[in-house]
Design a protein around this ligand. Structure first.
Ligand code: VGL
Ligand code: ZN
Length: 201
């Protein structure tokens, strides 16, 4: 067992990010078994779930004439438009059926406001509106976090960089993540994480 100050954060291991899903990440399902094996080593276990209302502003279908995987300017900054995914209550939004969520102490849902996306487990994409996870971790005495899940270059990356900026010691286990890799987003994410002081293991 890891020491009491260490948490694992399992990011968005949901059907829509696995093969066959609406925003499938190649090999997304390969990480499920090793994540199940790793989670019990940690005294604090947080899982996140991307959780969007139908008609969410990050969906290309909400913007006439815009295609998925293109950019749009939102009031809070540039935003990638995605295929409809992880719609609240849908099968695509459910955790991968083999993911052992019995281990979860806390499940954080994010992206549930129509007008703003939330990649990070800590802040929405305005980098300002908190999810409450920082307070949860601190009140449980956590100062060190390990991140795994989907997708390396979006939700794992944003969560890792925010955690590091908040002063947590952060490790991303890359072999337990898979990337979308849109226009060099994986290389940019790796550089950004290293720059923020995140350890890529
Ligand atoms: C994610 C794109 C849109 C992720 C979520 O979990 O990385 N990516 N919503
Ligand atoms: Zn999303």
């Amino acid at each position: 067992m890891r020491p009491q100050n260490e948490a694992i954060i399992v990011i968005d291991v949901q059907n829509d990010f696995c093969p066959g899903g609406a925003l499938a990440v190649a090999g997304g399902d390969e990480i499920v078994a090793p994540i199940n094996a790793l989670v019990p080593e940690f005294p604090v276990r947080v899982f996140t779930q991307d959780w969007h209302p139908a008609g969410h502003s990050s969906f290309a279908t909400s913007h006439d004439g815009h295609d998925p995987f293109t950019m749009i300017d939102m009031p809070y900054g540039p935003q990638v438009l995605w295929p409809d995914h992880c719609v609240i209550g849908s099968d695509g939004a459910a955790f991968h059926p083999k993911l052992d969520t019995r281990h979860a102490d806390l499940i954080v849902r994010k992206g549930f406001r129509t007008e703003i996306d939330s990649y990070s487990a800590f802040f929405e994409n305005d980098h300002e509106t908190p999810t409450g996870l920082e307070g949860y971790l601190r009140t449980r005495g956590v100062d060190t976090v390990t991140l795994v899940g989907l997708a390396t270059d979006y939700c794992v990356n944003f969560s890792a960089v925010d955690a590091a900026r908040l002063g947590f010691k952060v490790t991303v286990i890359e072999s337990l993540c898979r990337a979308i890799d849109l226009d060099g987003s994986l290389a940019a994410a790796r550089d950004g994480m290293k720059e923020a002081g995140v350890t890529l293991a």
